[in-house]
Ligand binder design. Structure first.
Ligand SMILES: [Zn+2]
Length: 486
């Protein structure tokens, strides 16, 4: 994700100018929302108001109740029959999973909506709900290692939810100004489908959307089927690579699909507001160039397709839904477009295991988009890094943040300065090897800061890894390495 308030930290530079004047913009909010979590800023200890069991959460440092233990999801099939005027859905989500232990019951994460019924392997299962947990009790316990299929039928009016990390927006399903859109990082997907709602458990997806004509529906991955019956259009979307639940997306509105030919590379298809979209289409023309830049840096684009969906209004943020980044119409510039594109490698394919390590997504995406800006839009990275450091020298370092600072400026810009400092310390070619190795060891999987530090140590030595660690943990953050004395 990139937040417009955070983008303000690159000043006019986001549109490619050399102005590095900065707005004070660290986002701080009061913790509210579904989970009550207090996190020490000096240790990784997390205190919660209620015990997390092996069943109702995965023990994430910031979101102890997100996700559920005892099984791994292999595949989601989500069918939504959507009435945009009433903002209601009739829905069926089918989850294929494998038990990692014997299970007499298991949980899914779901907020709001009415569950009509649950089956496990075709047999009706008892279910109950508390908070955002849907508890399912199969007729017979599931054996450790068993693959099982759960069907959840549900309906109602999806409502976005509060999340302590995101003060500027409720998360999940929105229906506004004639558009249905989802924006779910980190917790919001449970507002529209039941899941193991944590990026540590990624799975493949098929999403089927039925909407009234003439509305356009869009979702993740390849559009594999489109049918039209009695005034309703059904589109089926397939994501054959693992995807975190927060990256699953639904958009419904008056959009035009615009495809861009690219001889070598993924299909590019954007969705733009049908009216008055010439300027948007023009601004998105950099997409193939950006993809080629990151392919040279990191390796092949991880998916079959990419594109942006642009809202007919401003959003205040952009978000890297897998293969379908969403932008507000006012935030389409090379910095945000490249930021969401590089997230397809860093964040979507190579995904954190714990939300506390969000710098692995946002610090990397900020620096790698700055590298694109240096290559094609004249940025001076030494100057940028020095300015970001000056602005944020008193901020909490990226791995000492609280949940309310997950999308604050330190994670993005001190995270980026950390990588720039490493680059200046080890040199361009070793730095490129570090980036590529880190990505390729975790593509279509998960990663950690510790795994990144292992790569740094292997390729550049312990001193380089220590330098990174000091930037991630020490207050005040250290002085940047001066490239003049290299
Ligand atoms: Zn981001």
């Amino acid at each position: 994700m990139i937040v417009v308030l955070v983008v303000a930290l690159c000043g006019g530079a986001c549109s490619g100018t050399d102005d590095v004047s900065v707005a004070e913009s660290t986002i701080n909010t009061t913790t509210t929302g579904a989970t009550t979590t207090t996190t020490s800023t000096t240790t990784s200890t997390t205190t919660v108001s209620r015990e997390v069991s092996a069943v109702n959460g995965l023990g994430d440092s910031f979101y102890p109740y997100l996700g559920n233990g005892g099984y791994n999801v292999l595949h989601y099939e989500i069918e939504l029959d959507i009435d945009p005027d009433a903002n209601t859905i009739q829905a069926l989500t089918t989850i294929t999973a494998r038990a990692t232990q014997e299970l007499s019951e298991f949980n899914l994460d779901l907020s709001g909506l009415t569950v009509r019924g649950v089956t496990v392997d075709g047999a009706e299962a008892e279910h109950s709900r508390y908070d955002n947990e849907l508890v399912v009790v199969p007729v017979d316990p599931l054996a450790a290692g068993a693959e099982f299929v759960t069907e959840v039928g549900y309906s109602g009016s999806p409502e976005p939810i509060s999340d302590p990390a995101v003060s500027f927006l409720e998360l999940g399903w929105h229906n506004t100004e004639g558009v249905i859109f989802t924006a779910s990082q980190p917790s919001g997907s449970m507002s529209w489908f039941p899941s193991n709602n944590h990026p540590a458990d990624k799975a493949t997806f098929e999403i089927r959307l039925t909407v009234p004509e003439p509305l356009t529906a869009a979702s993740n991955g390849i559009l594999v089927e489109e049918t039209s019956v009695d005034g309703y259009t059904t589109t089926t979307w397939r994501m054959d690579h693992p995807m975190a639940t927060y990256l699953a997306a639904v958009y419904v509105g008056d959009f035009e699909r615009v495809e861009t030919d690219q001889p070598d590379g993924p299909l590019i298809r954007d969705y733009v507001p049908r009216a008055d979209s010439d300027e948007i289409v023009e601004a998105l023309r950099i997409t193939p160039q950006v993809i080629r830049f990151y392919e040279a840096l990191l390796g092949p684009y991880p998916y079959d397709v990419y594109g942006s969906i642009v809202m007919p209004f401003n959003l205040g943020f952009a978000l890297e839904n897998q293969t379908l980044s969403v932008h507000g119409r006012g935030s389409i510039n090379p910095f945000t477009v490249s930021h969401e594109i590089v997230h397809q490698w860093i964040g979507n394919s190579s995904t954190l295991n714990d939300w506390r390590e969000i710098w692995l997504h946002e610090g990397f995406a900020t620096y790698l988009s700055a590298m694109y800006m240096a290559e094609y839009h004249g940025w001076n990275l030494d100057q940028r890094a020095a300015e970001w450091h000056r602005q944020l020298a008193d901020a909490e370092p990226p791995l000492e943040i609280e949940i309310t600072e997950m999308f604050g400026a330190s994670v993005y810009f001190i995270g980026a300065v950390t990588l720039h400092t490493l680059r200046r310390f080890v040199g361009d070619s070793v730095f490129a090897e570090i980036l590529r190795t880190h990505y390729q060891r975790s593509d279509h999987a998960n990663t950690t800061t510790a795994a990144f530090l292992d790569v740094v140590t292997e390729l550049a030595g312990r001193e380089a890894a220590d330098l990174v660690e000091s930037w991630l943990h020490e207050v005040p953050v250290p002085e940047p390495v001066d490239p003049e004395v290299e």
